[in-house]
Design a protein around this ligand. Structure first.
Ligand code: URA
Ligand code: SF4
Length: 220
């Protein structure tokens, strides 16, 4: 048995962040409440909740998958290797990262670890964990009201657009969808960590960059 891995889900289907959401308040109240979320088992082995960050009136919201090792330690989204690549691409595309709101579909790091002190290896969140965590993202969307949502990879896409979402079919195009009763404009693209894993990193980076330039144009 791994020493400190995220436990497998219990058979009951009762995971939800709902009871932990504040009845009212803005982003600061939401972030504070999320720090105490126990809506699914992922909070157990993780260090802390990694909530979204950025301007409350940001025009663009970027949605990733879940925090990684560095994000879990620092308590901030996209501060590790994938985040550095994302920030570089945003600046090159003409999108000011300081003008964006950056968050994740799932707010706790899910990992496997062979033994204490060993490297923590990222594990993809399950559909149930994504569903449990979705109320946080829904409230972030309602409060920030971005003009455009940049969907970084399949997990973010499934969280926002449903489990049948595939990045390949719509990447790099602005699509319009109803999300929680609001019409939203979304631009799906690949996850920055897939660029880091690609055989041809340069080509993968150019693909992400081209999509982010489309996002910049869509914002005008
Ligand atoms: N990958 C993500 O999806 N989000 C982060 O915050 C960091 C890495
Ligand atoms: Fe709550 Fe989301 Fe963390 Fe699960 S992953 S405990 S739902 S904040």
């Amino acid at each position: 048995m791994p020493a400190a891995s995220t436990p497998d889900p219990a058979p009951e289907d009762a995971y939800t962040a709902d009871p932990f959401l504040p009845a009212r308040g803005g982003l600061d109240a939401l972030r504070e409440a999320a720090a105490d979320c126990r809506g699914c088992p992922l909070h157990g082995p993780a260090t802390q909740t990694v909530f979204g960050e950025g301007k409350k009136d940001a025009r663009v919201m970027l949605v990733g998958e879940q925090p990684g090792d560095q994000e879990d330690r620092q308590g901030r989204p996209f501060v590790g290797p994938a985040g550095r690549l994302l920030h570089k691409a945003l600046e090159e595309a003409g999108l000011d990262p300081g003008d964006a709101y950056v968050t994740n579909a799932v707010k706790h790091f899910k990992f496997a670890q062979a033994a204490p002190g060993k490297r923590r290896i990222h594990r993809a969140p399950s559909l149930r964990e994504m569903t449990a965590c979705a109320p946080w993202l829904a409230r972030e969307l309602a409060l920030v009201e971005p003009e455009l949502i940049v969907v970084l990879g399949a997990t973010a896409g499934k969280a926002l657009l449903g489990s049948s979402f595939r990045v390949g079919e719509v990447r790099g195009t602005v699509i319009e969808r109803d999300i929680h009763g609001h019409p939203e404009r979304l631009l799906p693209t690949v996850h920055p960590s897939s660029v880091l894993r690609a055989d041809d990193r340069d080509a993968a980076y150019q693909g992400l960059l081209a999509d982010l330039k489309t996002a910049a144009r869509a914002l005008g």
